[in-house]
Ligand binder design. Structure first.
Ligand code: ADP
Ligand code: MG
Length: 351
């Protein structure tokens, strides 16, 4: 009541805090797939296979042939803020891995059931262990395993009724997952990425390994796309300390598509950039027939100090760069970036 005593302030229980945080990091099945595939690539995998059941709500399984996880690290693997990728805050400036917060696996254990099977080089057998709410449910069980790690997430959002309902009602997340794997496959041409529905014998994306970007695009998006692509390369070395490099493949005037495909990597991180996308569409609108939209793969490299990878818990926004704004036709005081897994983008101030 008005004018009465203020309500008491209490400390939330840790389990509540963790579950709330987990729901932010893992917003939908496609965000879990993204985190798992990034972990596999961070682990140096050359093959990553994804299997999905019920749009990811029933099962997400990601298998890789990366370096595996040490048995002695398994007890803390899924605790919050445990990572092998970062030790000091300063490391963020130069970090090359996609992960660094040590939050993804932990989050998954708060909103789903996680089982990890892993083997490191030179071992005779691997280990399997399940996690719930950040902790191991049992001691790691020795088991047969092939090189690398397999992470299985079952019953995602089993404890978040509203989220599960929304995701069940909406079109399922599988197309988003396929889209994300396709984008990754175009950039990481040395990684054989594949994605299939559980029980299907054909994969919906299968990139193969190749040394040619065009082959990768052909394997994922088809020969008809590749026929109308041209290579682009731009670099700006005005100042000694500010080097902007961009290369990619973009469609020519013969290319016909109803929707823009824009695959954008900045310092090897997949991001969306609405303003750059709009600017590109604007340029194309002068040369393409009215209804047609372009295909663009662009990889931009900037000095790491221009890219703030620590803007958002999902790392979906990852930049803060004057160089990129210069590439922008609009005089916005900011650059919008987000992951293409469907979350809303957000404006980031450019300093
Ligand atoms: P982050 O990627 O930010 O470090 P994660 O929660 O995604 O945090 O993963 C925690 C740690 O688990 C990683 O730092 C890595 O050491 C290990 N890990 C996760 N997935 C794999 C994998 N597929 N192969 C090898 N190690 C992995
Ligand atoms: Mg990670």
């Amino acid at each position: 009541p008005r004018g009465g005593a203020p309500p008491r302030i209490r400390r939330l229980e840790e389990s509540v805090v963790n579950r709330i945080a987990a729901g932010e990091v893992i917003q939908r099945p496609s965000s879990a797939v993204k985190e798992l595939v990034e972990n596999s690539i961070d682990a140096g995998a050359s093959t990553v296979s994804v299997t999905v059941k019920d749009g990811g709500l029933k099962l997400i399984q990601v298998s890789d042939d990366g370096h595996g996880i040490r048995c002695e690290d398994l007890p803390i693997l899924c605790e919050r803020h445990t990572t092998s990728k970062l030790s000091a805050y300063e490391d963020l400036q130069t970090i090359k891995s996609m992960g660094f917060r040590g939050e993804a696996l932990a989050s998954m254990t708060y909103v789903g059931h996680v089982t990890v099977t892993t083997i490191t080089e030179g071992q005779l057998h691997g280990y399997r262990v399940s996690y719930r709410d950040g902790v191991m449910e049992n001691d790691p069980k020795p088991c047969a395993a092939v090189k690398g790690t397999q992470v299985m997430v079952e019953n995602l959002f089993y404890n978040m009724v509203a989220r599960r309902k929304t995701l069940q009602n909406s079109n399922d997340d599988y197309p988003k997952i396929v889209d994300f794997i396709s984008r990754f496959a175009v950039h990481h041409i040395n990684v054989n990425l594949s994605c299939r529905k559980h029980g299907a014998n054909r994969a919906d994306v299968h990139s193969g390994t190749t040394s040619s970007r065009l082959d990768a695009i052909r394997n994922v998006y088809g020969a008809s796309v590749v026929r109308d692509l041209m290579e682009i390369q731009v670099s700006d070395e005005n100042a000694v300390d500010e080097i902007f490099k961009m290369d990619g493949f973009i469609s020519n005037a013969n290319y016909v598509a109803k929707k823009t495909t824009m695959i954008l990597f900045i310092n090897d991180r997949l991001v969306d950039c609405t303003s750059l996308k709009r600017a590109t569409e604007f340029v194309y609108s002068a040369i393409l027939p009215q209804a047609s939209k372009p295909f663009i793969y662009m990889s931009i490299n900037l000095p790491p100090e221009h890219v703030d990878v620590n803007i958002h818990p999902t790392k979906k926004e990852a930049l803060n760069s004057s160089a990129l704004t210069q590439a922008n036709t609009r005089k916005d005081k900011g650059t919008e970036v987000s992951t293409p897994t469907g979350e809303k983008s957000q404006k980031i101030p450019v300093s």
